[in-house]
Ligand binder design. Structure first.
Ligand SMILES: Cc1cc2nc3c(=O)[nH]c(=O)nc-3n(C[C@H](O)[C@H](O)[C@H](O)COP(=O)(O)OP(=O)(O)OC[C@H]3O[C@@H](n4cnc5c(N)ncnc54)[C@H](O)[C@@H]3O)c2cc1C
Length: 370
């Protein structure tokens, strides 16, 4: 029997598991390698920091889905792979061979510029680690008058986290200070000026100081490129994405930044039995942003292709939409929508985002409703 190995329980693989639960193919063995039986939904992390959600509401229990899909779940993470020999290596030294492999392992946060911050540094990913660490930071902030927290990263994640932290501080009565370091590319690169304007307004209203300079970690906090120091008791890194390092020795063709080079079918450029989706891949035919939106949208196509391979049928292609909808949580139950040149803000946007996010988690948590 042919073996399909899925690595990572990311957004795209949720669709694959759903398709397997619906189709129930009997002619292949499917293995899912995931470090945790729960997949945290990153879109709800800012709402969790702000206190709008419990941790349980932000995560998908993969076990019912895996069971419905008749998939063997291996709770581990891969530390390497040899695409020429068709096998992945687990952290405990075991190897799993595959006929077809699909990788949806996301990206890592690039903390190389901030490492000197030492124990004060908290990367936004891995999400499990962040979820465990944040309550301790909030507790420390409550007991430390004048607590200072700096968020580094001017993209959607950095902005949302800074606003959520400020709101959490206010709700908890913390007399603290929040800084946002965006680098010279400023707030929300790639978004329309109307969105940037709205977000800048939300940050100003929340009394978050925004620094448009490159930040480097130092033991005292963050040193900006003009040599000024932002003292910080905690530095949250929401900086740019970085490809997982173990890919370098995988024998897969990678792009110049180390991401897996794929075509429009999300098939590896070098190995015709390896698929990749989400942040870990790099489309060679078009520029595609690394975002949850694409990781979600590519899922049904990936599912269809993985089943088609086994059936010897032609593969489909994924054409990203020209514009993607981003709904940015702003701390309180207020959010800003960004869609191409259109922007809007309000409580209704937050309720819209809440509805989409809750529905996403609910859909994959309850395979009987698929
Ligand atoms: C705070 C925050 C807010 C964000 N908000 C938005 C937003 O509003 N809109 C948007 O479009 N994007 C947003 N993003 C970006 C979005 O989260 C990512 O683009 C998206 O998660 C990528 O999905 P993925 O499926 O590639 O990977 P992930 O969702 O990261 O899933 C990867 C999975 O693989 C597992 N894994 C990792 N390494 C291994 C390994 N070696 N072996 C086995 N399993 C492994 C991980 O545990 C994880 O479960 C946000 C990110 C953050 C951090």
């Amino acid at each position: 029997m042919k073996r399909l190995v899925l690595v990572g329980g990311g957004h795209a693989h949720l669709s694959v598991l759903s398709a397997l639960a619906r189709e129930k193919p009997t002619d292949m063995e499917v293995v899912l390698v995931t470090p945790s039986s729960h997949q945290i939904y990153s879109g709800m992390l800012p709402g969790w920091i702000a206190g709008h959600y419990t941790r349980e509401q932000c995560q998908i229990d993969l076990r019912p889905l895996v069971q419905a899909a008749n998939v063997r779940m291996v709770l581990n993470h891969i530390v390497g792979m040899d695409a020429d020999r068709c096998c992945v290596a687990l952290s405990d030294g075991r190897h799993i061979e595959y006929d077809t492999l699909s990788l949806d392992v996301g990206s890592e946060i690039d903390i190389s510029w901030l490492e000197m911050t030492g124990e004060k540094l908290l990367p936004a990913k891995p999400l499990d680690h962040f979820f465990n660490a944040w309550p301790k930071i909030l507790a420390a902030a409550k007991s430390h008058y004048g607590y200072r927290l700096a968020v580094v990263g001017g993209g959607a994640a950095g902005v949302e986290i800074a606003l959520a932290v400020r709101y959490a501080f206010t709700q908890a009565g913390v007399a603290g200070h929040v800084d946002l370091v965006t680098s010279a590319s400023g707030l929300l690169p790639g978004h329309d000026s109307g969105v940037k304007h709205r977000v800048a307004g939300a940050l100003a209203k929340a009394l978050i100081a925004v620094h448009g300079l490159r930040g480097t970690g130092v033991p005292e906090g963050v040193m900006l490129s003009d040599a000024s120091l932002i003292p910080a008791d905690c530095v949250i890194a929401a900086t740019g994405a970085r490809a997982p390092r173990w890919l370098m020795l995988s024998h897969l063709m990678l792009d110049e930044y180390g991401y897996i080079a794929v075509d429009k079918r999300h098939l590896s450029h070098s190995h015709p039995n390896v698929f990749a989706a989400g942040d870990v891949c790099s489309r060679q035919d078009i520029a595609m942003a690394r975002s949850g939106v694409h990781a979600v949208h590519v899922g049904p196509m990936l599912a269809s292709n993985l089943l088609a391979v086994e059936a010897g049928e032609p593969l489909k292609t994924y054409q990203p939409r020209r514009r993607s909808l981003y709904l940015l949580a702003c701390g309180p139950k207020y959010a800003i929508a960004s869609w191409g040149g259109f922007s809007a803000g309000g409580r209704w946007v937050w309720h819209w985002k809440n509805w989409i996010d809750r529905r996403f988690v609910d859909r994959f948590s309850n395979p009987q409703r698929l």
